[in-house]
Design a protein around this ligand. Structure first.
Ligand code: 6LW
Length: 514
């Protein structure tokens, strides 16, 4: 059998997974984007469908003032006695909390706060029903970061014990992303180390007691690509993608008793640069004779994963292309995300999706009028059809490749010398570059298009159904995480309106991946 990694391409990092019978549910981090914590469902761990978000209300997810890559860090999802729990950290306000639901397709509770320091919380139920809370922790005695654990009350979130340091990892920086499992009577503590960059890895330890001492697996790390340096040839457009930075994993068994690791990694566009985020991947796990997990038979993680066995069938896999008709759609499909808490009045369905500019622009770390989808693959063609008659040179609407307020390329419809025009504005750190304006017909619907490959974005505009002309180009390089002072996010393809009074009507948006 073979399947392709990433199984959830695009900015879907820090995956955590649980299983209920034959159904798997998976969550990811969402940082400053709203709604928070995308929620996915699968029957085979390979084909995933987004069924919603966990944090859909501002009362669960206040994001005001959340900087780039602030807000929601690594979530954990667990299922216990008919109830789903999702625990995470809002690093911009409040710290750790969990929410719960008895209906995975319904609303989740308001937050129950947990006062433990650190990030990357996880929950573990022991056989006696007691609940334990793990997260990153700072050990005062040794002055080192480690994994800390306390027993908590599920009703109030209160700590019922002090937080104790339970494992320091194997010596990599940033021991984090802990998950505790009880397997064949032993407590296994699996964590990420090495930082979420090129030295990322996953390590594991076990103990007879959930307080430790934890014995490190002799073949740690059980997952890493840190020793694999791709060649220039590996990055050529037609070769398979290169995978780096694997780690931050969760472990799951299937109904047949096979084990799997769900984790993230990223695909650089070229050496040491990636711009579409950390993505969710899957690998098979076996157990050695000493009871330690072996990931993917100890082989590197590759885009095409070959699994042993006679089943030569390729698992079908979503290709993530989509086409949205906003004249029919009246509820926003779950793939769309806002920046921070949206100003509701600026979004409305009428004869299309009406985006009205508010006070904030894409340059502000506020709540601009923006709706985006995560870019899933390097090669794509995205097109929006819009009705927009800018009232002045300050009113703008268009489509964008957006990574942060300081890293985005915007194809803008506005006015210059009284005429309706299109231009490409590229914002990178403290640089702002604008293309020459290209005149557009004064009336009628416009098609705005982004075409991309691994290394480039090119932007086109023109009357709907007519010939589109190139408005400008930009390399993918300046939108890379490595140039953003280290975001945890990735590029979105989106629609926006800015400059007070600008009112645009988006009729459709389609995105085709090649
Ligand atoms: C995540 C943590 C990490 O919480 O990145 O570098 C954070 N380490 O595990 C955000 O994804």
């Amino acid at each position: 059998m073979r399947y392709q990694n990433p199984v959830i391409p695009g900015f879907y990092p820090d995956p955590s997974v649980c299983r209920v019978g034959e159904d798997y549910y998976l969550v990811n981090s969402s940082f400053e984007f709203f709604p928070g914590v995308p929620l996915y469902h699968s029957r085979d761990l390979i084909n995933w469908e987004q069924i919603g978000h966990v944090l859909t209300r501002k009362s669960q997810l206040p994001l005001e003032g959340a900087p780039n890559s602030g807000g929601i860090f690594a979530p954990t999802i667990r299922y216990h006695q008919g109830r789903f729990y999702m625990v995470t950290t809002n690093v911009t306000g409040g710290g750790h909390f969990f929410v719960w639901t008895d209906d995975i397709y319904g609303e989740w509770s308001d937050p129950v706060w947990v006062k433990q320091m650190g990030i990357d919380p996880s929950l573990f139920w022991d056989d006696d029903g007691k609940v334990y809370f793990q997260s990153t922790f700072f050990d005062e005695k040794t002055q080192r970061q480690c994994i800390g654990q306390s027993e908590i009350s599920l009703e109030t979130g209160e700590l019922l014990t002090e937080t104790r340091s339970i494992w320091f990892g194997t010596g990599g920086k940033c021991p984090e992303g802990p998950h505790l499992y009880k397997i064949k009577g032993m407590y296994y503590l699996m964590i990420a180390e090495g930082g979420t960059e090129y030295g990322h890895m996953e390590t594991i330890a076990r103990s007879h007691s959930l307080w430790g001492p934890f014995e490190s697996c002799p073949h740690n790390p059980i997952l890493t690509q840190r020793d694999y340096t791709p060649t220039i040839q590996d990055y050529r457009d037609r070769t398979p993608d290169v995978i780096q930075g694997v780690g931050h994993a969760d472990l799951i068994d299937d109904p047949e008793g096979n084990w799997w690791l769900v984790f993230h990694g990223f695909r650089p566009s070229q050496s040491m640069l990636h711009h579409i985020g950390r993505e969710t991947m899957v690998a098979p796990v076996t157990w050695d004779s000493e009871g330690w997990p072996v990931v993917n038979e100890d082989k590197p993680i590759t885009p095409w994963m070959e699994l042993p066995g006679d089943n030569k069938k390729e698992l079908p896999q979503n290709i993530f292309s989509f086409s949205e008709d906003f004249t029919e759609e009246k509820i926003l499909p779950v793939r769309w995300a806002y920046l921070r808490n949206p100003v509701k009045e600026n979004y409305a369905f009428s004869s299309g999706l009406i985006l009205t500019a508010g006070k904030a622009s894409l340059e502000d770390p506020g709540a601009p009028t923006f709706l985006g989808v995560r870019q899933r693959q390097f090669r794509c063609e995205a097109e929006a059809v819009v009705e927009f008659s800018p009232g002045s040179e300050l009113q703008e609407a268009g489509i964008t490749v957006f990574h942060t307020a300081e890293h985005h390329y915007d194809l803008i419809v506005t006015r210059r010398s009284g005429k309706r025009i299109a231009l490409l504005r590229r914002r990178v750190c403290d640089l702002l570059v604008e293309s020459a304006p290209v005149e557009l017909p004064e009336n009628g619907r416009l098609a705005l298009q982004i075409r991309s490959d691994r290394l480039h974005y090119e932007f086109f505009a023109g009357p709907e159904g007519g010939d589109l002309v190139s408005i400008g180009k930009g390399r993918t390089q300046p939108l890379s995480t490595e140039l953003t002072a280290g975001t945890f996010t990735g590029c979105f393809l989106g629609m926006f309106a800015q400059g007070e009074g600008a009112k645009s009507n988006f009729l459709s948006f389609r995105c085709e991946y090649k």
